[in-house]
Unconditional design. Structure first.
Length: 188
């Protein structure tokens, strides 16, 4: 028998994203042009948002729309504790040759764990800055990471930290690079 725990729901993820960004229900209601009560009901899984509503949530939180799909069910004893390899939630846009999967059971913790696969020849051409603390660990392949003015060539087993600095990455090699990231607060 499969059951979804409350922390594995769309509403829980929406609430976690809102809180991680320091947005109040009142502020979000104003941004979305909806009532505080409706947003509260969505966060508690009492009301179901339309696809258009989810687009507005995605824009408000700066996440891809696909983030709100793919909550998988897990056996009751595993829900909220275990994410099976075949049940990982794809996240991100897939742009720039980066494929990401959420390893955390949901977005309700103070951090998220993400598996990132950087396809051969992929790169993030522009620096990005996020109000996060991140630690990455390169599992396989090779990757170049720029953090601020520093350039690092990483090999399997290497790890790195980003504390809100501008950063970008490239995989100029012929093989994929796979990294595990711990990001706080959750950004997806």
């Amino acid at each position: 028998m499969n059951a979804v725990s409350p922390s594995q729901s769309l509403g829980a993820d929406l609430r976690a994203l809102r809180k991680s960004r320091g947005v109040t229900l009142v502020d979000l209601a104003a941004t979305l042009g909806r009532s505080v009560g409706w947003i509260s009901q969505v966060e508690r899984d009492i009301s179901s948002p339309s696809i258009e509503d989810l687009r507005h949530f995605a824009n408000a939180f700066g996440v891809p729309l696909s983030m709100f799909f793919g909550q998988s069910t897990a056996p009751a004893g595993e829900a909220g504790f275990v994410v099976r390899a075949g049940a990982r939630r794809p996240i991100g846009s897939g742009e720039a040759g980066l494929i990401e999967e959420l390893l955390s059971p949901d977005l309700t913790d103070d951090f998220e764990v993400v598996r990132s696969t950087f396809l051969p020849g992929s790169l993030l051409p522009e620096f990005q800055t996020r109000a996060t603390q991140e630690v990455g660990y390169l599992v396989s392949g090779r990757l170049t990471v720029w953090i601020g003015a520093h350039e690092f060539h990483l090999n399997p087993g290497d790890s790195f930290r980003i504390r809100g600095e501008p950063h970008r990455w490239a995989n100029p090699h012929d093989a994929p690079a796979v990294a595990i990231w711990v990001i706080s607060p959750p950004v997806y």
